[in-house]
Each structure stands twice: as C-alpha cells, then as structure tokens.
Design a protein around this ligand. Structure first.
Ligand code: MN
Length: 382
C-alpha cells in the first residue's frame, strides 16, 4: 500500500492513522498535497493540524568554524585524509562567500571563525609563532569580519610558546579587533615536535590571568597527539586525528585544567569544548568516583569535585557531534544553559548539522538556548 493510500485509509477511519505522521516528515508533505474533496474522501487540508514542519531556530550561532589565511595554508592537512575531501575543505577555509551561502541555507545567523588546527601551536620558532598569530588575527578582522559585519566574528590565535606575548596579543585582538576570545589548538610545541606545553602548566598561568581580566572565553580545540605519543594508534593511522585521537588528546587536556587548581585561582574562567565535550559528560563521573581512592598529590590541587568545574567553568558545543542521544546525556550532566550549537565547518557540513539540530528531540526552550541565546549572551552578539 502506498503512503498516500494509508493516509486515505486513516482518514476514512476517523484520522487515527494520521496521528503517526511527524512534523516535517514525508507523511506530512504527502498529506498536504493529497487531492481532497473528491471520491468521497474526507477533506483534511482545512482542519487544524500539528503535522506542520518543525520551525528552524532562526539565526543560530556557530562557534567552532575554521578558516586559514593564504599566507598560512593547509595547516589542517593530514596524510590520511582523502584528497578530494581536503581540496573542498581547503577551498572553503579561505572563502567567506561560500560560508555565508551555507549559513543562509542552514539558518545560521552568525559564526565565530578561528584558525584551523594545529595552527600557531605547531610552529617551533617562538618569534615566528608570535608574528604569525598577529598576522592571522589581522586577517580574520580585515578579511572575514570586515566583509560580513554582524555575520562573522573571530577568535584570536595566540602563541603559547610565549605566554606573555599570547596575553598581549589576546588583549590587542579583543580590544582593537573585536575578537570574542581565543581558540587554542591543544598543546603548544616548544622547540621540538615531541615537546609540548599544556594549558595547565605554570608558564601559561600568566596568560590565564589576562584571560580572567579580559573576561573572555577560551575554546580548547583538538590537535593530534605528539609523534612520540602515537604508539597506541600504530597500524591505524587515521585514528590519530578527528576520528579518535583528537577526542582523547583534548579530553585529557581538559582534565588537566580541571585538576590543576586553575579554576580555583580564577573562578570566572570559561573554557569551551567542542564535540559534545570530548566525551567528558560521559567519562568525568567515573574519574570523580575513582579519585576517591587514590593518594592526595596524585591528582592535582583542585578543591571542588571535577564535575563541578565542568558545570561551572565549561561550555560545550555540538561541533562535529550530531547525535541526539549524546546531546541528551550532555544536557543531563551540565544543563542546557551550558551547551551551544556549532558545526565544525568546513570539515563538517552546515546543512547536516542544522538539519539534525533543528529536528532533534529536545524541548523547544532548549533548542532556542542551545541554538542561539546561550552564545548570544556569552559573546554579546545581538
Ligand atoms: Mn574543529
């Protein structure tokens, strides 16, 4: 039996079968287009109905969205990524018109762009890193933001090879270029590809002090593990990147921040995690439970329970994780005030992210908060 016939049969039975047609489903469309009023059929078009498409969240805000500048290209390339895919990504990273077209189609009003990984963090020469962070921030302001006022905003790139210079550059970017905070791609290399500096480590606290004073968020973004820490993925090279290693690297980095006591010294710091929290909403409760049985001194200087920091000092975005079950767990752990929509464009599709989000089984209040108002408040975007 054709779908349309089923609907007609349902109508003949008093409409009972129609109730199953969900908003926005093909069934609802069929029904709207079905010829009515002929052959003894019951007219359905003029009856009040719930079977209308779900409304999009108008003007969503997305904030894990990447760019690169022509003088610092292909910073996100990995040898295991398919060439045709990466060519498309590359084309989109440097372009703002394609981005705006995609935003229009997906109902995204504003986007905060950031330099793609590993970016500044992988530059081994300290002075070059500082200089390139300034050039990148100027390019974001003069090319992306300037060409799309009110639609595109920027996160600053900073050189943690020199934390004081990073703090100064963040301040310049925020105060003179209008940057909405910083995005940091994981650990920063220090002189060697196998030497890294994580954001909880003492030299970086000078940077955090300035972040606290400026009162802007820092987005902690993934990068692949250091080469000498990839033994676990041997034989499966793609696992070091976005499919798996990104999340392991970034969730562990966030745990380091949580345990370090950083958020006790600067309680107003805000760190943003993508990919629905890099699994932390799921894994942090176990960490907290097991830490009850380990020696003091083996897990940092934090004062509160780890999940308390996750709820107080973190925001979590949907970037690259378009999965309702995982979103529901995240909302359950941190509350819908701490979750924000994002895509991870151009690595992910704005259309795919928006189609999923706009019809995900969450309350309309939460959809509006997560889609727009949480970010609007946090970044003062109207
Ligand atoms: Mn990303």
């Amino acid at each position: 039996m054709e779908r349309r016939d089923i609907l007609r049969a349902g109508a003949a039975l008093g409409g009972a079968a129609i109730i199953g047609a969900m908003p926005g489903s093909a069934g609802a469309q069929d029904r709207a287009q079905a010829p009515a009023g002929t052959g003894g059929e019951i007219k359905t078009d003029d009856r009040p109905t719930f079977t209308v498409p779900a409304p999009r969240v108008a003007k969503k805000i997305a904030l894990e969205e990447h760019i690169e500048s022509p003088d610092f290209p292909a910073t996100g390339s990995h040898p295991f990524v398919r060439e045709d895919y990466f060519q498309d990504v590359e084309r989109r990273l440097q372009d703002y018109k394609l981005r705006l077209e995609g935003m229009d189609k997906a109902g995204i009003g504003a986007t905060i762009v950031s330099l793609t990984q590993p970016g500044i963090e992988a530059i081994l020469d300290k002075d070059k890193a500082v200089e390139m962070s300034k050039r990148t921030n100027d390019h974001i302001a003069n090319f992306f933001v300037k060409n799309a006022p009110g639609r595109l905003y920027g996160f600053a790139a900073v050189a943690m090879q020199d934390p004081r210079a990073a703090a100064d550059e963040l301040e310049r970017a925020v105060k003179t270029l209008g940057a909405k905070g910083a995005l940091v791609n994981g650990y920063t290399n220090i002189d060697d590809e196998n030497e890294g500096r994580y954001l909880d480590e003492p030299p970086v606290w000078e940077f955090w002090e300035r972040v606290a004073a400026l009162n802007v968020p820092v987005y902690l973004h993934p990068r692949i593990p250091m080469p000498n820490q990839q033994r676990m993925y041997a034989g499966y090279p793609a696992l070091v990147g976005a499919p798996w290693g990104f999340g392991i690297e970034t969730s562990t980095h966030a745990v380091r921040l949580i345990l370090s006591g950083l958020f006790d010294k600067y309680p107003n710091l805000t760190v943003i995690l993508g990919h629905l929290g890099e699994a932390l909403p799921f894994t942090l409760p176990r960490l907290e439970s097991r830490l009850r049985h380990v020696n003091n001194g083996s897990h940092g200087k934090h004062v509160l329970r780890p999940t308390e920091y996750l709820r107080r000092n973190f925001f979590i975005t949907t970037a690259g994780s378009f999965r309702t079950q995982t979103l529901l767990d995240t909302i359950g752990e941190v509350g819908s005030d701490r979750v924000m929509f994002s895509v991870d464009y151009p690595y992910e599709s704005m259309q795919e992210g928006a189609d999923w989000f706009d019809s995900a089984s969450i309350s309309e209040d939460d959809r509006l908060k997560i889609g727009r108002t949480n970010a609007a408040k946090l970044f003062n975007i109207t």
